[in-house]
Design a protein around this ligand. Sequence first.
Ligand code: AHM
Ligand code: MG
Length: 387
Amino acid sequence: MRANAVACAQKVTSAAPAKVLTARTRRTRTTIIRARAGAKTDAKKSEMGTPFSTWVLKQEMIDTIDNEHAIVLQSISVACKQIASLVQRAGLAGMTGLAGGEQNIQGEDQKKLDVISNEIFCDTLRLSGRTGVIASEEEDVPVAVEETYGGNYVCVFDPLDGSSNIDAAVSTGSIWGIYAGDSQCVPDFSTETPAEVEAKCVQNVCQPGENLVSAGYCMYSSSTILVVSVGEGVYGFTLDTAVGEFIMTHEKIQIPKSGKIYSFNEGNYDMWTPGLKKYMDSLKTGGKEKGTKPYSARYIGSLVGDFHRTMLYGGIYGYPGDTKNPNGKLRLLYECAPMSFLAEQAGGAGSTGVGRVLKVMPEKVHQRVPFFTGSSDEVSYLESFMK
Ligand code: AHM
Ligand code: MG
């Protein structure tokens, strides 16, 4: 196992790579294309019931994403279906428990399903031929994909987050983010040494969340729900197991502006800063509206499940830094940045406590950051205690 010091090179700056379409350019291009095609578009018409594959094709048609990006999204949905099926059968198929004493680069025990899910994600993305570099929670360093023949997208992912819940059949999920690759950093396998290829991969991956072109998660729970944003709102699709397709069940998700639910591992309270302790105490007396009903505590300990509930019901999810782990537990690249992208796309917020997560420039591939996300009012209220 390599040392945990995969530092990001300085080369990639926070400037968006040339290929990234801003929301504004996308909208303009979309409007032009719709007008040109004379497409009958009714903004108010519901898309509920649309299969995921059809929705992705539609995004391509209206030029929100390009063909390569569409293929990457389709591939991820296939990986999620495969993982969903394994998670459901884990107890019966002897796939619970640890993967023979293995640990990932972060010194965490790997579950059997962590390893298998990582293989599924890696294989599916490789086979898509549209990802240039992939980086996973379960891999030491980002990997260049030799089979790529187009797109060169960079995909960062946590294949099975919250896997400590697996043996109790509690919710887990996959999280991913997609960046456009930096054209200056395409590895040349024929002339470059493995170390040079690796350095380029790291440069490609170390981009701030504001460069994301799409992000999503899939929750494996009482139903399997895939939630995605390509920078034009957030959509949720529920797996119809009878036909094996994700069907749109949540259209243009909006996080309620405020919500009286908090989701923190309060067992760490004694290690928190005085400001954070004060904040937590205030929630028990109604928060900003002191003297009103106290907030309710809800904590699964599985980011995707806790985040999904926060998206739908409002409130706040937090994993702060503490005296033992000043940057908390969650990883910037493949946990906090994709979730912050989704939160912002749904009208909510993603914060380190002192600023937007999407602004943070990664210094290491497996870098951790304090993370607070959910309703915009709730995140602002928390930030007022962190100054
Ligand atoms: P993992 O990536 O090793 O699964 O850890 C991430 C998980 C999150 O899903 C969850 O929010 C958090 O760890 C829970 O941590 P804790 O048990 O410290 O509360
Ligand atoms: Mg994780």
